[in-house]
Design a protein around this ligand. Sequence first.
Ligand code: MN
Length: 437
Amino acid sequence: MTLNATHDPARRSWVESANVPDADFPLQNLPLGVFRPSLQAVARLGVAIGDRVVDLSALAQAGLLPPSVASACQQTTLNALMALGAPAWSALRARLSELLGADTCPPGELRSRIERHLTPLRTAIMLLPAQIGDYTDFYASLHHATNVGSMFRPDNPLLPNYKWVPIGYHGRSSSIVASGTPIRRPHGQLKPSDVAAPAFGPCKNLDYELELGAFVGPGNVLGERIPIAAAAQQIFGVALLNDWSARDIQTWEYQPLGPFLAKNFATTLSPWVITQEALAPFRAPAYARPPSDPAPLPHLNDETDAAAGAFDLTLEVWLLTAKMRLTGEGPHRISRAQSNGMYWTFGQLLTHHASNGCNLQPGDLLGSGTLSGPTRESRGCLLEYTWRGTDPLRLPNGEERQFLADGDEVIFRGYAERAGARRIGLGECRGLVLPAL
Ligand code: MN
């Protein structure tokens, strides 16, 4: 993906809040989502600019969007737009950049026609961006896999397949919820190692997992594959994803078939999809494999993917406890990780997923797996951060956590920053833990 005028850091929007240096949604971002302007209104597509959301459905009805995307922009999910493919996504982005640019849309009749369709982000009700047919979660962070593996197998943290085949499992889409939806602490079978039989009860070791979710674009026909060289163009965009995990349920149930009820009670997704074109200035080389590691097999090996198949994003975990809310404290940042620590690129994950002929469809979601870095401050879940609870998280107000408590709110934030490019943000992914029923 080459850079174009929409990435020009000098471009400014006539929506003044978009021009603040640390704004998540400047003119160079233009993330897409689904919102209701009010409780009674029907869902519609929107693009975030500064502290406003622009109604794409209204712009399409007014004849202001390219004909290739006009119908897709009047749907209630992003799926139809995802199905159109990269040239159509690019045409939409170019047009939105023009319509919302200060120089390209000077004060006048056109600008006032658009101004009528702005809603403050503060009052917009954000929904899931797509109807997610299938959700797959991977395990692509080498640091995460090594940390978790070493807790259970100190001598042999990485299983022999890890560096050959991307590890993943099929998740569940029915319990994926929009940011801000409270999460109910799940019940499950728990069997501490010092008791003989499991008991059914509320999860005691509730955790978050800091992840990126990638949305599939057009996808592939059942029985056909997606070549690695075509994989990048198949990814519509990314959002923040919290793969809530019940560690005690997981420990008991996961062998031999992998995660099940420990994972599928809730998954939270941030509302704004950062498009692949918005991420173009933040492309990075794939994980630098040391010479002792195997090269990817030919069907997962591509020069362009190796050179620029990763994204350089910074992701953060913040925690706001019930006590902090009561005393008026702001959330506390627990950790910060880089997304370029993924051993596999999203292109490789997607190509691998379709390599047996499994059909991927527009709106399918691929989770990266927990994103952790090499230091404690860059670990993407409490299991790792507290090392199975043995080294608790200590908060500035004196509270301690081994795992999440009722009333805790977990907040993920993300952004991309690079010299010569305009900083863009991913917004927030939030979820408050409610007591078990
Ligand atoms: Mn996960």
